[in-house]
Ligand binder design. Structure first.
Ligand code: ZN
Ligand code: ZN
Length: 276
């Protein structure tokens, strides 16, 4: 466990924003709107607290989990990369090396300049978790984005509902009115930002792609088109299979950020037929 990753301004900022959003949603809006004694107030406060706990749990797992080291003993399986089937023969260029680490790179691994090492199935380096998003913590990162988006939308709905339903008396309280309007605007903006990020990662998961592979794919497709060929992402199996490779085969465990027993070694990945 690398607790030193918490010594970071962006990581602290996330915790402060989560605390402020919780305080404003539960203490200011739910309590003042309906009170905790009413069933509406009680259940809304409970559900929102639960969402925040799940969000923070995913956040801690994303920060503390090592995204995946390349084992020192790793040597690419040249036989395998060449393919046994003559038709599917792959060029030997598939053997990848990292100039910075002076080691071989497994498929889908990339060198992170911030972490100064190669990371298995690297997606991107995330400042907000002060860690790389890679093979072992991608699911936790995705669940973090999922719970943060859900919590943010929930908070927005509560703020907007309470403002419209309660008979507020703002006369002579311009500052209070400004506070409610600002809270609503900030939460709508946060929901849209997190929702876009969630949509992006759902898109990537359904295609079994990382953010790096998406950009590599654009270039590969352009190069393939120039030579009259087509490019297909080699790890894209089927939508359901792609989802289970990230979230796991058991749907009941999809929403648990630590349920990663389905992950293998981060070195070998099932592929569809080689791209034509
Ligand atoms: Zn490297
Ligand atoms: Zn990194």
């Amino acid at each position: 466990m690398n607790w030193q990753r918490f010594i970071s301004v962006p990581v602290f900022s996330v915790l402060i924003v989560a605390s402020v959003v919780y305080y404003i949603t539960v203490i200011v809006f739910i309590r003042d709107w309906v009170g905790f004694q009413t069933p509406t107030g009680f259940w809304n406060a409970l559900i929102f607290t639960l969402l925040l706990c799940l969000c923070l749990f995913s956040f801690f797992v994303s920060v503390l989990t090592d995204p995946g080291h390349v084992p020192a003993s790793y040597v690419p399986d040249v036989e395998d990369s060449l393919g046994s089937d003559q038709e599917l023969k792959k060029p030997a260029a598939e053997v990848r090396q990292c100039d910075n680490c002076s080691t071989y790179k497994p498929p889908r691994a990339h060198h992170c300049k911030v972490c100064r090492r190669c990371v298995l199935r690297m997606d991107h380096h995330c400042l907000w978790i002060n860690n790389c998003v890679g093979f072992w913590n991608y699911k936790a990162f995705f669940m973090l984005v999922f719970y943060a988006t859900t919590g943010s939308i929930y908070s927005t709905v509560i703020i907007i509902s309470s403002v419209f339903q309660k008979d507020w008396d703002f006369s002579g309280m311009a500052q209070l009115k400004l506070f409610y309007v600002c809270s609503g605007v900030v939460m709508v903006a946060l929901s849209l930002t997190l929702g876009t990020l969630l949509g992006w990662h759902i898109y990537l998961i359904t295609r079994n792609m990382t953010t790096i592979e998406y950009y590599e794919g654009i270039r590969a497709a352009w190069l393939a088109r120039k030579s009259g060929q087509s490019y297909q992402h080699p790890f894209n199996l089927s939508v359901y299979k792609n989802i289970t490779l990230i979230l796991g085969p058991n749907m009941l465990k999809w929403f648990c950020p630590t349920a990663v027993s389905h992950l293998k070694d981060g070195i070998g990945f099932p592929t569809s037929r080689y791209s034509s």
